[in-house]
Design a protein around this ligand. Structure first.
Ligand SMILES: Cc1cc2nc3c(=O)[nH]c(=O)nc-3n(C[C@H](O)[C@H](O)[C@H](O)COP(=O)(O)OP(=O)(O)OC[C@H]3O[C@@H](n4cnc5c(N)ncnc54)[C@H](O)[C@@H]3O)c2cc1C
Length: 292
């Protein structure tokens, strides 16, 4: 099917972007890499009159890190650019792993991190990894900016907290402390061209002796309409020195908190079983790195 007609707009800066969004409201859509949007426009349903291209906005493509502010990623930064930023692999390994699994280099070069979040697919790879870091998003609009936790930004299947006239400006991840590490593990049969059946992101902070868990964030992906914080497993782990019995209880708690669907890719029961294995792998990966 052909792309439907639309008017192409290219703002020169974020202020002009906000003005265009305010003027055209729901008749406009932001075009970033187009790897989701253009596919959706070729199917019946989505027919925006205006596409507002943000790829030329340098302010939205920057990726910066410092020990105080942490990692600040522009809403239009490409997935491949984020992955190629050395500090991401070094300090935000779970995020790096979640991007590395996406599509292929061509998709990561076109697609943006902001687009992956705003598209809000329950199967998207980066949201669970980012939620595990306690990521915050800054939302821009013609009136000014507002910041919220990413956890509160993705509301459900294809639903975000963006109101008409708003756009995702930046994604901020706090600087991780010493003795902390993260991991993202997923399961799919045919690599990045297929969506995952289940995924788990783990973020851990250990005490000074690197033995007891002082903080934990466990996030389940693809097994609910939005990323799910496995709060039961988190509470079991915090303050503890992990052993096999505790990890098995935490894995079961992850499965119990998940809300997977049954479909042609996998049954809900199978996804719950896979989730337990993914939790143990991701935990082991993060714990080993945090203890180094
Ligand atoms: C072959 C293929 C394989 C893929 N594999 C994977 C995979 O393994 N894992 C995975 O997670 N994804 C996968 N994807 C999906 C896709 O590549 C990602 O979701 C991508 O990150 C979307 O970014 P984009 O810049 O292309 O967004 P676009 O398609 O341009 O936009 C997506 C949506 O977000 C909105 N939007 C974009 N940026 C903003 C912003 N700054 N503010 C407000 N709204 C915005 C758009 O209006 C649109 O509604 C795949 C896609 C393809 C085609």
């Amino acid at each position: 099917m052909h792309l439907p007609d639309f008017q192409y707009l290219a703002p020169k800066d974020p202020a002009e972007l906000a003005a265009m969004l305010a003027e055209h409201g729901d008749a406009a859509r932001i075009l970033s890499g187009g790897t989701d949007l253009l596919v959706q426009m070729k199917s019946p349903g989505l027919r925006p009159d205006y596409l507002i291209d943000i790829t030329g906005l340098e302010e939205l493509s920057n990726i910066k890190f410092d020990d105080g502010a942490g990692l600040v990623i522009g809403g239009a930064a490409k997935l491949e650019a984020v992955m190629d930023t050395p500090v991401v692999k070094e300090k935000y390994h779970g995020l790096w792993q979640s991007i590395e699994t996406i599509g292929a280099r061509q998709i990561r070069t076109m697609g943006s991190l902001g687009g992956n979040l705003c598209n809000a697919s329950p199967a998207a790879d980066t949201p669970p990894a980012l939620v595990a870091f306690g990521a915050e998003v800054t939302i821009g609009n013609a009136e000014g900016d507002r910041s919220i936790l990413l956890e509160d930004f993705i509301l459900g299947n294809r639903q975000t907290a963006l109101a008409t006239g708003e756009y995702l400006k930046t994604i901020t991840l706090p600087a991780p402390p010493e003795n902390s590490a993260s991991a993202y593990h997923h399961f799919r049969v045919r690599g990045g061209m297929e969506i995952a059946m289940a995924a788990v992101a783990v973020y851990l902070e250990l005490d000074a002796k690197a033995q007891t868990i002082s903080d934990a964030k466990i996030v389940l992906g693809v097994v609910g309409p939005a990323p799910i914080r496995a709060t039961g497993a988190e509470q079991m782990l915090i303050g503890q020195k992990p052993d096999e019995a505790l990890l098995q209880k935490a894995a079961q708690s992850c499965a119990d908190q998940s809300r997977p669907i049954d479909d042609y890719r996998a049954s809900a029961e199978y996804r719950r079983e896979i989730l337990k294995v993914l939790f143990e792998r991701a935990f082991d990966d993060a714990f080993t790195n945090a203890a180094r």
